[in-house]
Design a protein around this ligand. Structure first.
Ligand code: ADP
Ligand code: GN1
Ligand code: MG
Length: 359
């Protein structure tokens, strides 16, 4: 085991002596390592991505507040992550300009990259819905915003237009159609944010990265066990979490699929997720429930705007693995939005039916 990791791990009170520390998992943001000790204890060590997250202390304070709150109200300790503090009592350790944190490994769990069955997708809805429900009385104002204006769609449009005006790569002329798609939906895209500002939709504690691989399933029962990847926890709308799950999980093709004829939103999966989310989170207000379809559409449009902005700007934010990667991603998001517009009445009917079913 590398000296560096021995040193970092020696800062934390752990069970036994570490015998291995190896890269682990398939996250895109942090460097994740699995640590095993000589008494068979396992931990997750992560180097926090401080390019994306500038305020590591604020981010870790959020995670500590939320996980300690959850610990007091859940039955099984595996239902929440556990942050291990250093001998000095800090929730992370800074070494050679890197920030490291240590979590207990959630034993007996399963992390899926894609749903193998519809039930897996249902369970992710239960996981994120329950997370929302458990945190309903948590004072959201205690949390900082690790990334300012993260789901402020109005601000995402402002940045888009600013980059479009500069057009630093000269790419705008080739993507007129996509640009027009975005601009023609500006008014509607701001609706969610305006409803946050005027109090129509309540402020909640939100996760903001509600992909399937951020909820661990119980290996034995295959039911939702623990929500992980808490870096983007902040005050927000429940519809961000619901919407981002639909954007990613109810799509019939990958986020970067080039063949747009394969891309659509499955109404069946939309129903599955809605059912799971409503059953696990009965505390949603009528306004929140009524706007679930708008949450899905806004999060998808916003993500497409972010991909297109990054494409115009020269691909600085999202990692790209081929030419035009961000443009391909933007196009799938716009195709999904279009499909949702065509299925709008049906999406609303699904929500009404599932609401009736859950109450
Ligand atoms: P990223 O922000 O890079 O996506 P994550 O925090 O999601 O990083 O962690 C990456 C992967 O590590 C997860 O997808 C999961 O497989 C695994 N993982 C993270 N934390 C735990 C944990 N406490 N117990 C078990 N596995 C974990
Ligand atoms: C980023 O790293 P990943 O893939 O979990 C992004 C999300 C986007 C997503 C699109 C901090 O998440 O907001 O929805 O890409 N995370 C951040 O795939 O910007
Ligand atoms: Mg993750």
């Amino acid at each position: 085991m590398e000296e560096k990791y021995m040193h970092i791990l020696s800062q934390f009170p752990i069970a036994g002596n570490p015998v291995s520390c190896q890269r682990y998992g398939q996250g895109h943001i942090n460097e994740t390592y699995l640590v095993v000790t000589d008494c068979a204890h396992r931990y997750i060590l992560q180097r926090i991505n401080d390019h994306i997250f500038k305020d590591v202390a604020g981010l870790m304070a959020n995670i500590v507040l939320v996980t300690e709150y959850l610990r007091r109200i859940v039955d099984d300790p595996r239902e929440t992550m556990t942050v291990i503090h250093t001998h000095e009592g800090k929730p992370y350790y800074c070494y050679s300009a890197g920030y490291y944190r240590l979590y207990d490994f959630v034993e007996g769990s399963l992390c899926l990259q894609a749903a193998e069955t519809e039930e897996d997708f249902y369970q992710s809805a239960v996981g994120f819905g329950r997370f929302q429900q458990l945190l309903r009385d948590f004072p959201a104002h205690q949390l900082t915003e690790p990334i300012a204006n993260f789901h402020n769609t109005i601000d995402r449009y402002r940045i888009f237009k600013e980059v479009l005006d500069r057009d630093p790569m000269g790419r705008a002329k080739d993507v007129r159609q996509e640009i027009d798609f975005v601009l023609s939906r500006e008014e509607e895209a701001g609706q969610l944010h305006r409803m946050r500002m005027d109090g129509t939709l309540p402020l909640r504690v939100t996760h903001n990265d509600t992909k399937l691989n951020n909820v661990l399933l119980d290996e034995q029962t295959r039911k939702a066990l623990c929500v992980i990847d808490l870096d983007t926890i902040m005050p927000g709308l429940s519809l961000y979490d619901f919407g981002d799950s639909i954007r990613f999980g109810a799509a019939t093709a990958a986020e970067d699929e080039k063949d747009l004829s394969k891309v659509g939103m499955s109404l069946e999966l939309f129903r599955t997720y809605t059912r799971g989310f409503l059953s696990a989170c009965p505390g949603l207000t009528d306004a929140e429930v009524a706007h679930l379809p708008l949450g899905a559409k806004t999060m998808t449009l916003e993500c497409g705007v972010r991909f297109l902005t990054d494409y115009l700007d020269g691909d600085h934010y999202f990692a790209v693995h081929r030419e035009g990667h961000n443009l391909d991603r933007a196009r799938t998001q716009f195709k999904l939005v279009q499909d949702m517009e065509e299925k709008w009445e049906q999406m609303q009917a699904v929500v009404r039916e599932e609401r009736a079913h859950s109450s």
